[in-house]
Design a protein around this ligand. Structure first.
Ligand SMILES: *Cc1c(COP(=O)(O)O)cnc(C)c1O
Length: 428
């Protein structure tokens, strides 16, 4: 489910009209649906219900404390990629014993912080990192739980910047080197205990095929590590794709069908049906690390149109959000549907929607057919709940936008809009 649809001509998030939020809190403004977030978590959890598993939310997709608290209360674990994310999880009431720590460049301070908080596992990405983890754990007189990220050399068929499971990516360790590394850890490094095996082949996968291929390929390795080194879990990573095109919950305007649409979206039931049978007889706890799937369609970015500029070649609609607020189009050629907050039935225009930042890459779409919204109108950039606010910056000295969490008919500011004083705090 996701909870953005037109009701009586107004775009709503759950039972709250987005126009009211824009008027009250200003724009640019991120708005999230609490029920969508929890629903997505529960659907994935259900799809895996027949096997021993845990869903660990990838915090980097959306790390707002209120979002983390919702998921902690729903029973999620957390996949973190920094000491800062662990700090957030703890502040939000999450349990470090259900945290896995990923990433290729963990620092000494981060390792110590995570060891002191007894996280579930360090997912290491190089032999040097495993040796260093052993060294730091020895200094502290503790045993560090560890898993190695295997690079299965599988093509996730996603954008090159979010593909991680090929040999040429910086992530993980070559499949063929894993066995020897676990043997070495067991014989030489007394302050690490190999607790699991991890993989993650990429993000925004829209087909189950690469998942099936990777699980099938790595399964014999997982079984042999269980036999030889008594590992207890296998994390199969995140990466479940979402729909970015035609992404309203119901009542998609007719004009959207004119646009290019995603290849058939990957349903979570389809994902479960494909991977669960492969995992049922492994005898390991299966971890999943979804980020985008949980929060992507649960959020929108509201932005107000400031000006329209008709050039000789193009029409530009200039809005008050920029690539500093939502960088996905500039960074990954990401697509976000544009929906006016007032339902539109007039003629369509072809235009670029651009922000105020001094960069040519600062656009939300180019040459797209869309409703002819006007200066003063507020539009929603849909499916902005993942890799949206978390990647926002102060570029061009623009304060970070506010974030709102909607639950039914209630809405709450879960992050205040930055002031200019906030932006320069710490400078002299
Ligand atoms: C980013 C990341 C994820 C989450 O990816 P999504 O595509 O958002 O599901 C999971 N695991 C690891 C190791 C990651 O780096």
């Amino acid at each position: 489910m996701h909870a953005f649809s037109y009701i009586n001509g107004q775009l709503q998030c759950e039972n709250v009209a987005l126009q009211n939020l824009a008027d009250e809190h200003g724009t640019p403004l991120y708005v999230y649906s609490a029920n969508t977030i929890v629903d997505h978590f529960q659907r994935l959890d259900q799809a895996l219900a027949s096997i021993d598993h845990e869903v660990a939310f990838a915090v980097k997709a959306n790390s707002n404390l209120s979002v983390l608290r919702l998921l902690a209360q729903a029973g999620a674990g957390f996949d973190i990629v920094s000491g800062g994310e662990l700090f957030r999880v703890i502040k939000a009431g999450g349990d470090p014993a259900h945290c896995t720590f990923a990433g290729v460049g963990k620092t000494r301070e981060e390792i110590i912080y995570a060891l002191q908080n007894n996280i579930y596992c360090f997912n290491v990405e190089s032999e040097a990192e495993l040796a260093y983890l052993n060294e730091v754990a020895a200094e502290l007189g503790v045993i560090a739980p560890a898993a190695v990220r295997v690079n299965p050399n599988v093509d996730a068929k996603t954008h090159k910047y979010i593909s991680t499971g090929k040999s040429e990516n910086k992530f993980g360790i070559d499949f063929d080197a894993i066995g020897a590394l676990y043997d070495k850890a067991a014989s030489e490094w007394k302050n690490v205990r190999m607790r699991g095996l991890q993989m993650h082949i990429g993000s925004q996968l829209t087909s189950v095929k690469p998942f099936v291929e990777a699980v099938t390929k790595v399964k014999p390795l997982a079984l042999s590590l269980k036999e030889k080194h008594q590992i207890e879990f296998w994390s199969i990573g995140g990466g479940i794709g979402i729909v970015y095109h035609d992404s309203l919950a119901s009542g998609n305007p007719a004009w959207w069908s004119a646009q290019e649409v995603d290849a058939k979206p990957l349903s979570i039931e389809e994902y479960g049906a494909a991977v669960v049978p492969l995992l049922a007889d492994v005898g390991l706890k299966i971890l999943l690390e979804p980020g985008r799937y949980i929060v992507g369609n649960a959020g929108v970015l509201l932005t107000r149109c400031l000006y329209e500029k008709k050039g000789s070649a193009k029409t530009f609609k200039i809005v008050d959000a920029g690539m500093n607020d939502l960088i996905r189009p500039a960074l990954y050629e990401g697509h976000h549907e544009i929906a006016p907050l007032k339902e539109y039935s007039g003629a369509l225009v072809t235009a670029d929607v651009v922000g105020p930042i001094c960069e040519s890459g600062d656009f939300f779409c180019q040459n797209r057919e869309m409703p002819d919204f006007q200066p003063g109108d507020v539009i929603a950039l849909l499916s902005a709940g993942a890799y949206g606010f978390v990647m926002a910056s102060n570029y061009n000295t623009r304060p970070l936008p506010a974030e709102i969490l909607v639950d039914g008919s209630r809405s709450k500011v879960v992050r205040k809009r930055q002031t200019l004083e906030d932006v320069i705090a710490g400078e002299s």
